[in-house]
Design a protein around this ligand. Structure first.
Ligand SMILES: Cc1cc2nc3c(=O)[nH]c(=O)nc-3n(C[C@H](O)[C@H](O)[C@H](O)COP(=O)(O)OP(=O)(O)OC[C@H]3O[C@@H](n4cnc5c(N)ncnc54)[C@H](O)[C@@H]3O)c2cc1C
Length: 490
């Protein structure tokens, strides 16, 4: 249930392993937070715009290789251009060039000292993730395997990676601008800043620009359409309203009738399961999950089309730092332009733009319609002012309306609790043991997505899907010859 990244990747792998799979998606396109929608004269990515880790050794690349699927993508370098008050920093793939760019903007800092430990940790963790045993463990055998796995990883990285990222940063510099620069890279990758996030996941977040970054041509939904090819039946515009356990099966009551299934994989945030599944243990688990994660982020987004002067060819992705304001939750916004060669998102010289920033979902709840509209207008003006201050070519370039999305919009379209997005922040309290397992309290009912271990973004959700496959093998859900068919997953 659900055609987000988690639903599509797990549906395709299960179909590839020989199971009879039906994918049910409420909207008429796949992707959810990584979807692509048409509105008036434009086609826009709803949330995610950067696709990282298509290398065979990384989770999304591994799954694509197992499925034999080539994605409609183009490499992007620099992955992001970061606009700080006095300088801009291109985040380049080549590590020496990356460090040189940092040196240029922050000459007084010993970058090699900090970044050598970031890269060393990330280089140890990515390959280790491919041999990660079932996690979180739920019996002594699984616990032992996790322990051995963790000891092996930590013997390479040292125990200090379990400390907070801020300790590592402060051992090199206390420059507040540099710290804000790092914090905002962490916020978009781990959903928490250096004071709260453990260095281990922080290293993955900070170094993600030096992995292979891509833009999906035709939008993120096009990448998911390609990845969904192995699934024999995809029912779009089919909303699951209720799931009833019945003997050893499940009855899914949908907007288009009932469907009976032996096993169900839910691609929905862990907090909403209680509303969907008619079983007390699931309701209790969802309530507990709500308490365990007190802070959930939402997003404010802008969508519009621009025509830029032909002599201006800015990079595709920009992070713009700004002063704090009352409506958003961070000091930066993320702007993505569609690739000029993309026939769907960039028709006749126009470019599709998606801008996003963090916000507190509660700020948008229970507002009278007039107040809601006024708040949207204020945040739209604020965000556009910040964009034009750093990218002046945008000032007169917008065509048609500028669409604003809020947590209410995400709730309406993707069904996510409170419209919260981005998964579970990787704070020391949550990571890794606070994360939900892909197992639910009911036999035969599983979950994937960015609120399930190990979390958000394509690499996180894909790692969760690989974990799910291992669990399904242990639970004897996969056919006997699945290991052969899914070579590369185990
Ligand atoms: C603004 C923003 C920017 C981001 N940028 C990036 C980025 O650049 N790169 C990156 O890797 N990640 C990015 N992310 C994170 C990434 O988009 C998500 O982590 C990922 O897409 C979540 O996938 P998911 O599997 O959890 O599914 P979701 O996106 O939650 O999708 C769930 C799907 O289930 C469907 N559904 C829900 N309820 C039902 C129901 N009852 N019946 C049927 N179907 C249902 C929904 O319609 C949806 O399609 C961004 C997220 C946001 C919000």
């Amino acid at each position: 249930m659900g055609g987000g990244v988690g639903g599509v990747l797990s549906g395709s792998l299960l179909a590839h392993a020989g199971l009879d799979v039906i994918l049910l998606e409420a909207l008429d396109y796949l992707g959810g937070c990584s979807g692509t929608f048409a509105h008036r004269e434009g086609v826009f990515n709803a949330g995610a715009t950067t696709l990282v880790g298509l290398d065979d050794r990384l989770p999304v690349g591994r799954i694509a290789r197992v499925l034999g699927i080539k994605l409609p993508v183009r490499p992007v370098d620099p992955a992001i251009r970061v606009h700080l008050p006095q300088t801009t920093v291109p985040l380049l793939r080549n590590r020496d060039a990356f460090l040189e760019a940092l040196e240029h903007s922050f000459p007084h800092i010993d970058h090699a000292l900090l970044w050598s430990s970031v890269f060393r940790t990330a280089d140890a963790l990515w390959p280790a993730l491919s041999s990660l045993p079932v996690f979180p463990p739920n019996n002594p055998g699984e616990s032992l395997r996790s322990l051995v796995w963790a000891m092996r990883l930590l013997s390479g990285t040292g125990l200090s990676v379990l400390g907070r990222a801020i300790n590592h940063i402060h051992s090199v510099t206390t420059d507040p601008v540099y710290q804000q620069f790092l914090d905002h890279l962490l916020l978009i990758t781990t959903q928490a800043t250096s004071r709260d996030v453990t260095f281990l996941p922080a290293a993955l977040g900070l170094s993600y620009a030096t992995l292979d970054n891509h833009v999906a041509l035709g939008g993120m939904s096009a990448a998911l359409d390609a990845l969904a090819k192995p699934i024999p039946r995809i029912l779009r515009r089919t909303r699951v309203r209720r799931i009833l356990p019945k003997n050893d099966r499940y009855i899914l009551q949908t907007s288009r009738g009932e469907i009976e299934a032996r096993k169900v994989v839910l691609n929905r945030d862990i907090w909403s399961l209680g509303e969907l599944v008619d079983a007390e243990p699931v309701r209790l688990a969802a309530q507990k999950a709500m308490h365990r994660v007190p802070r959930r982020w939402g997003a404010v987004t802008l969508y519009f089309m621009v025509q830029l002067p032909p002599d201006r060819t800015p990079d595709l992705h920009h992070q713009i730092h700004h002063e704090k304001n009352p409506w958003t939750g961070s000091h930066s916004l993320f702007l993505s332009l569609s690739d000029p060669s993309d026939e769907r998102l960039s028709p006749e010289g126009w470019r599709s733009v998606t801008v996003s920033t963090h916000t507190e979902p509660a700020l948008w709840e229970n507002l009278e319609p007039a107040l809601y509209a006024e708040q949207k207008e204020r945040v739209r003006t604020f965000m556009l002012d910040q964009i034009c201050a750093h990218l002046p070519e945008f000032r007169h370039a917008a065509k048609g309306g500028i669409l604003v999305g809020t947590p209410r919009t995400f709730r309406r379209f993707t069904g996510r609790t409170e419209g919260s997005v981005g998964g579970v922040p990787m704070t020391q309290g949550q990571f890794p043991f606070g994360f939900a397992s892909c197992r639910t309290p009911l036999k035969g009912l599983y979950q994937v997505g960015d609120t399930v271990f190990p979390g958000q973004g394509w690499p996180g959700v894909a790692t969760g899907v690989l974990n799910l496959m291992k669990v399904l093998e242990k639970d004897s859900v996969l056919p006997k010859d699945a290991r052969k068919l899914l070579q590369g997953v185990f």
